[in-house]
Design a protein around this ligand. Structure first.
Ligand code: GYE
Length: 336
């Protein structure tokens, strides 16, 4: 059976949306920020929840699976009118999309922030308009937790740690030299996976000799890896922050006449189909999963927020990990 169970951890105070009365809603319509707590959502008259979603982009297989999960779940049959926009990995596009959702007066705004910082002003605007915000996939770096209702997504530090722990277990003592393909600069998964991996390999004899962003795309992963291969002739291992950059690195390694997975070991994060296939084929050595199927949880949280029910401030999605053997077993029934 496909694994859809999510671990839910209440890390902070629950939403206080349920505490607000209709009177409070009315005063917020005048543009005043909700007093003291999260936004007080109003139940839509027609029972249909209009949700504006600002997606990061279409940079990876993970993102495609995430978009599909959201579009397949937030349907008319399920009580939603989904407004969806693709920010092409640009923060200014996301801010513009969120502002437009505020102007349209949607019931809920959800988004996956391309980078961590710089969101407070637009989130204040949503709060002042009385529109609740739900974060999916990536976190924002803000000291004001009342600016959003809930954050649904994986623990990226843990993913980086899992990757690093496996590398240490397999290769410590061999003096390995590693290069790192980082995700988008400033993005939560890039910051956290780097931190997690570094902390796990600390104290081992693995040395990270170079590290650069490949922006989570296959094309940039390939280009950056070509640069690494031109610069260093002693690379033993690649740690890529996602499968797509690892797949780009495979192309660069093969073009340089070497065998990925053997001459140069590859460890990635995501475990989407193409990555899992490369793992089963022996070109990648280990993948830590990052589950992109966030649609069902987003739908559930949005409904609760609109109904004025309490929601968990942080919902942590649980991730597995695969080696070459377990990838072969998992592939036939893989959902993404
Ligand atoms: O790992 C990567 C995508 O934010 C978890 O974004 C997500 C990351 C995912 O581009 O493939």
């Amino acid at each position: 059976m496909a694994r859809t169970t999510l671990t839910r951890t209440i890390l902070a105070a629950v939403s206080v949306a349920s505490l607000f009365t209709l009177g409070a809603c009315a005063s917020d319509a005048g543009g005043e920020p909700a007093g003291g707590g999260e936004t007080d959502a109003a139940a839509p008259d027609d029972g249909v929840i209009t949700l504006g979603f600002s997606q990061v982009g279409a940079e990876s297989g993970w993102r495609a699976a995430n978009t599909k999960s959201i579009q397949d779940t937030l349907t008319a049959e399920n009580g939603f009118d989904l407004k969806f926009s693709d920010a092409q990995q640009k923060q200014e596009n996301q801010i513009q999309a969120i502002r437009s959702y505020i102007t349209q007066g949607v019931d809920v705004i959800a988004f996956s922030p391309v980078v961590e910082t710089g969101w407070d002003p637009v989130l204040q605007e949503a709060k002042a308009a009385g529109i609740p915000v739900i974060l999916t996939d990536r976190a924002v770096d803000s000291s004001d937790e009342t600016l959003y209702e809930s954050f649904i997504g994986s623990d990226f530090v843990k993913e980086g740690e899992m990757a690093g722990e496996w590398v240490v277990e397999q290769y410590d003592g061999e003096g390995y030299k590693a290069v790192e393909l980082q995700g988008t600069t400033g993005a939560a998964p890039a910051i956290d996976r780097k931190e997690g991996f570094e902390s796990a390999v600390e104290g081992s004899d693995l040395e990270i000799i170079d590290s650069q962003t490949g922006n989570f795309t296959r094309a940039e992963g390939k280009t950056v890896m070509e640069g690494f291969l031109n610069k260093h002739d002693d690379i033993d291992l690649v740690f890529a922050h996602n499968d797509d950059m690892g797949l780009g690195a495979i192309e660069a390694i093969e073009a340089a006449g070497m065998t990925p997975g053997e001459d140069i070991k590859i460890v990635t994060i995501d475990a989407v189909k193409d990555g899992m296939q490369a793992l089963a084929d022996g070109k990648i050595n280990y993948i830590v999963e990052c589950n992109p199927l966030l649609g069902p949880d987003l739908a559930e949280i949005a409904k609760k927020v609109i109904a004025g029910e309490e929601v968990e401030k942080r919902i942590v999605v649980e991730d597995l990990a695969f080696d070459q053997e377990s990838a072969k077993e998992a592939l036939p029934t893989r959902e993404y």
